[in-house]
Design a protein around this ligand. Structure first.
Ligand SMILES: C[S@@+](CC[C@H](N)C(=O)[O-])C[C@H]1O[C@@H](n2cnc3c(N)ncnc32)[C@H](O)[C@@H]1O
Length: 449
């Protein structure tokens, strides 16, 4: 096999990164934008020792699961890799991704049930994070997601997976930036003003928190005027913040955020609880789907424990801790981001919840200081999963049950393998589709210690 070879293949399955997998004499070929059961003419674009990459030259016989994407930009924008596949089949493919990861990485042979579907498959995203640039000659502002595997911005005027108000706010910023003398960021030269537009939208109230990430250490006069203009223009905007990021980095948010006008948070309602979400606090990207997860975890705790003590680790704004507080005796929530802890504290004070204790700390370091055990421990780490050090501590503090919530099947499988080696058993894994039209999938694993 050589680069540029053209071959005819049938796609067998989807990889964990959402590319089609075909085999020629056992040799694996990853094909972009392909769906299982597609018969394709492909061209080899990259050849490695154990696998090749290829692109589609012609669809000879489409998979019966192919559909017309509802977004005109699906082929160029890197955000919704699976939008050309019907939604029910997306769920089945994600189920297979989880099952494969558990078997191949975790050594766990569990039958994985179908993911719980997202209640909404359009306009479901709570958070928009557009990188910003400007055109070379006319200096027009560009804002949108990156093209697949590149840092080239697709200038998105309408994104159907986000609430419509986001398009309007982004367009206003695009046009008005120029009038206010604010330039778009040039990544290569590490120059220019506006690096990212970050919007957080409340599914409950429709209110939006706008954050402008700038390549500056302070709010300069025209930026302040610009923030006020955005705030005045949209009744939906609850506040406009500026985040300062002067580092030459891909990390979107810098450490410091200043609220220039309005409030520095939006309110979100999940189950019967209200939360405060700030510019730099984690919140699940799909609130309606998140509500299904909170309800699942709450029901599990209610059905299996009486007045339990719960450790809520990697707590964010204590979403799990607060959601389950009325079926728990006591909850201890630990989170390393101080803004998230501040926002959780506001909610506890306002809603008079007395049995949730908040700690701003690293999970492993915090657990090391604790001597008492917990009836159940909720773990919801970032994509990279837990360290062995934190898993060891969690095991030490656990009486019987760990509820592991994860957005990355590969790191979940790795961590479950480690816990099983230490004597735990995995009782169940339930996927939830939080990220419709992408290859990402959220899981809740129930582990018996
Ligand atoms: C996937 S989010 C989950 C947040 C929350 N459970 C929720 O559902 O909204 C992971 C959280 O872990 C926090 N985090 C990351 N590393 C941490 C650590 N070592 N110790 C404590 N918190 C950490 C992040 O700041 C983030 O808020």
């Amino acid at each position: 096999m050589n680069i540029n070879d053209e071959l005819t293949v049938t796609i067998e399955k989807l990889s964990n990164l959402g590319t089609g997998i075909a085999r020629v004499d056992g040799f694996v070929i990853f094909v972009e934008n392909a769906c299982p059961q597609d018969e394709l003419k492909i061209k080899i674009t990259k050849l490695n020792k154990n696998y090749a990459n290829a692109k589609i030259v012609e669809i000879l016989k489409p998979s019966p699961h192919r559909v017309e994407p509802f977004c005109a930009l699906q082929k160029v924008c890197g955000a919704c890799q699976l939008q050309f596949i019907d939604y029910d089949y997306q769920l089945e493919l994600k189920r297979q991704i989880v099952e494969d990861a558990m078997r191949s990485i975790g050594g766990i042979n569990l039958e994985i049930p179908e993911p719980v579907a997202s209640p909404e498959i359009k306009a479901y995203r709570h958070k928009v994070q557009y990188p910003v640039a400007q055109t070379k000659v006319s200096k027009r502002i560009l804002a949108g997601y990156y093209k697949n595997n590149s840092h080239e911005i697709v200038n998105i005027k309408h994104c159907p997976i986000q609430p419509e108000i986001c398009d309007k706010i982004v367009e206003f910023i695009r046009v008005k930036c120029f009038d206010f003398g604010i330039s778009g960021y040039n990544e290569k030269k590490h120059a220019g003003d506006l690096r990212h537009i970050v919007l957080r939208v409340s599914a409950a109230t429709g209110k939006v928190l706008v954050t402008l990430v700038v390549n500056s250490k302070k709010v300069f006069p025209c930026l302040k005027d610009f923030c006020n203009e955005i705030f005045a223009e949209f009744k939906e905007v609850s506040g406009v913040c500026v985040n300062f990021n002067t580092k030459n980095t891909n990390v979107i948010l810098g450490e410091v955020t200043e609220c220039v006008c309005g409030k520095d948070f939006i309110k979100e309602k999940l189950l019967d609880k209200t939360f405060h979400i700030g510019a730099n606090t984690f919140f699940q990207v799909n609130p309606k789907s998140a509500e299904n997860i909170f309800s699942y975890v709450k029901t599990y705790i209610k059905d299996n424990f009486e007045n339990p003590t719960i450790l809520d680790a990697y707590a964010g704004i204590a979403t799990f801790g607060i959601s389950i507080s009325d079926v728990a005796g006591k909850v201890v929530s630990v989170e390393e981001n101080s803004e998230a802890i501040e926002k959780a504290r506001e909610v506890l004070d306002l809603s008079d919840i007395k049995n949730v204790e908040l700690h701003c700390a690293d999970t492993a370091k915090f657990c090391k200081k604790i001597m008492r055990k917990f009836d159940a421990i909720i773990l919801d780490p970032p994509r990279k999963g837990c360290t062995k050090e934190s898993l060891d501590e969690i095991l030490r503090l656990s009486k019987s049950t760990i509820i592991y919530v994860s957005c990355n099947p590969a790191t979940l499988a790795r961590d479950l393998k480690y816990l099983c080696e230490k004597g735990c058993s995995v009782k169940s894994i339930q996927p939830f589709d939080m990220f419709c039209h992408t290859y990402h999938i959220e899981n809740v694993a129930i582990i018996q210690v």
